[in-house]
Design a binder for this molecule. Structure first.
Ligand code: FAD
Ligand code: NAD
Length: 488
């Protein structure tokens, strides 16, 4: 067991029996452990994440290699880009702007360390027993923990929550070596800006990491298999986004199938085909970002009764209960979008259900955010999905060019769009591309959670001048009553 193996509640014998044992301390597992402890249950959380230096860290993919480090670099690289391209418009003259990538990366690593350390502190404060090592459900009610030194310990558990997360999908024809052909974790930790960067996959990771390195000076080519761009987003938003990525200089090739890639003479040769024929590309680094798959290696003994679907996800019902009584599974390892906030809500729901309290996740109101510039965020149905449902619709859109605050911020690209039902005025979806879209979407999520109508948003007072007025105006525009833009 690792040194961080405290037993804050009682002696070691008592520490062997728990009400709840959570396997996985990422954004699905650690909130489950904390909420279960808040519910006065005796809780342990086991996590095996190890960083490059061999140190254990709670927080899973999100804190160590995903959401947090990527957002740190997105922020830094965006400032660098704005200093170069935008400050002059504000009347700020800089004689030169230089990149100190080592300092940027040090800041990123520091934020990760503080945040992951924060989970250890939260566990202590809530009385969660933390184990750092491998957890395995050996039988219903029994979890084995294997520490870094190989020592094993058996924990009794009334309930077990599996929160083992996901790992990047690998392509057989593009073998990763961790140096030239890499995954997203490696791509967050480059110590030099690759002059030429290739990215396979124009999904969320491809666009976020492609933006980071493009802003820092890389010549970036993104190779996407599908013919359509951001098919999961509202297509008006996707169209607007593609325009901005092109303007940034991301070279995005759609409908392209990578046949192979290999490291040669310190560079990567990539071959792909598209409608125009066969192509080859040479880059200094190649990032494979073609999705993630559930991770269940060594998680449970065969025959324990936990089942996987055809894609490897643990099968659960709408309350995240597996087929085994008192065994639950949450986060990326179960169906649904692979998002930290989705996993968190599932973890909290399960911890409340175990305690006999009410618990529910409203899967219809999970927001999606892509943290590029402009930011992209949405909740609910796209216009295309709503149209396909056959329900009569009304659509309201408001451009950030008409927002005084966006103009003042020099960030007037994009728009906010409300998709509402024409019959009963229900808000079916909200789609934003523009400044702080990821923050603005929260109001739409709350509105939909409360089953608000477009009129409810119309009658809600929004401070002026704020970006949030864009949602107000878009809701008004759905009834052709926008004040600050022309109703179409
Ligand atoms: P994980 O975070 O993967 O955590 C699972 C943990 O369980 C890991 O620590 C793992 O080591 C541990 N574990 C697994 N098996 C065992 C075992 N048998 N014993 C002990 N421990 C075990 N999502 C967002 O919502 N917003 C974002 O901005 C965002 N950005 C991202 C950027 C990148 C580059 C990546 C890769 C992902 C991003 N995601 C983002 C997705 C997000 O990281 C995941 O959805 C989230 O981490 C899933 O949480 P989880 O707890 O289910 O799994
Ligand atoms: P993704 O599913 O978002 O995108 C993968 C892309 O790769 C898709 O467009 C797919 O068509 C393409 N692709 C698949 N196989 C290909 C191939 N052989 N050649 C070319 N293209 C191919 O997955 P991701 O970007 O790897 O992200 C993984 C997960 O992490 C996602 O589920 C995402 O939700 C999550 N994530 C979220 C955020 C965020 O919330 N801001 C940020 C990063 C990651």
């Amino acid at each position: 067991m690792s040194a961080a193996d405290p037993s804050p509640r009682g002696d070691s014998a008592a520490a062997g029996q728990f009400d709840v044992v959570v396997i996985g301390g990422g954004p699905a597992g650690y909130p489950a452990a904390i909420r279960a402890a808040q519910n006065k249950l005796k809780v342990a959380c086991i996590d095996e994440w190890k960083n490059r230096d061999g140190s254990y860290a709670f927080g899973g993919t999100c804190l160590n290699a995903g959401c947090i480090p990527s957002k740190a670099l997105l922020e830094s690289s965006e400032l660098y880009h704005r200093a170069q391209h935008e400050f002059a418009v504000h009347g700020i003259k800089l004689s030169s702007v230089a990149l100190d990538l080592a300092a940027m990366q040090k800041r990123r690593a520091g934020i990760v360390k503080t945040m992951t350390g924060g989970i250890t502190a939260l566990f202590k404060a809530n009385g969660v027993t933390a184990y750092q090592g491998h957890g395995r459900l050996v039988a219903p009610g029994q979890v084995e923990v294997t520490g870094g030194d190989g020592a094993r310990k058996l924990l009794g558990a009334r309930h077990v929550i599996l929160a083992s997360g996901s790992m990047p999908v690998q392509l057989k024809s593009v073998p990763q070596d961790g140096q030239f052909i890499v995954d997203s974790w490696n791509a967050l930790e480059f110590d030099a800006v690759p002059p030429r960067l290739g990215v396979i996959g124009a999904g969320v990771i491809g666009l976020e990491l492609g933006s980071v390195w493009r802003r820092l000076g890389s010549d970036v080519t993104v190779i996407e298999a599908l013919d359509s761009f951001l098919p999961m987003a509202d297509q008006a938003v996707a169209k607007e986004a593609l325009k901005h990525f092109k303007k940034l200089g991301l070279n995005i090739t759609l409908g392209a199938k990578v046949s192979d890639a290999a490291v040669r003479d310190g560079a990567v040769a990539v071959n792909y085909t598209n409608a125009q024929g066969e192509h080859s590309l040479v880059v200094d680094k190649l990032v494979v970002a073609v999705g993630r798959c559930p991770f269940t290696d060594g998680l449970f003994a065969p025959g324990v009764g936990v089942t996987l679907d055809a894609r490897g996800f643990i099968e659960v019902d709408e309350h995240c209960h597996t087929k085994v009584p008192n065994v639950w599974a949450v986060g990326d390892v179960v169906r649904g979008p692979m998002l930290a906030h989705k996993g968190k809500e599932e973890g909290v729901m399960v911890a409340d259900l175990i305690a006999g309290l009410y618990g529910e996740v409203n899967y219809k109101t999970i927001p999606s955010v892509i943290y590029t510039a402009p930011e992209i965020a949405w909740v609910g149905q796209t216009e295309e999905q709503a149209k396909a449902s056959g329900r009569p619709l009304k659509i309201g859109s408001f451009p950030f060019t008409a927002s005084g605050r966006a103009r003042a911020m020099e960030a007037s690209s994009g728009f906010c769009k409300v998709v509402a039902a024409a019959d009963d005025d229900e808000i079916l979806g909200v789609h934003i591309i523009g400044p702080m879209a990821g923050e603005l979407i929260a109001e739409a999520v709350l509105a939909m959670e409360y089953s608000a109508s477009a009129e409810d948003i119309q009658r809600t007072i929004h401070a002026h001048p704020t970006l949030s007025e864009a949602l107000h105006e878009a809701a008004l525009a759905a009834d052709k009553r926008a004040i600050d833009s022309i109703n179409r």
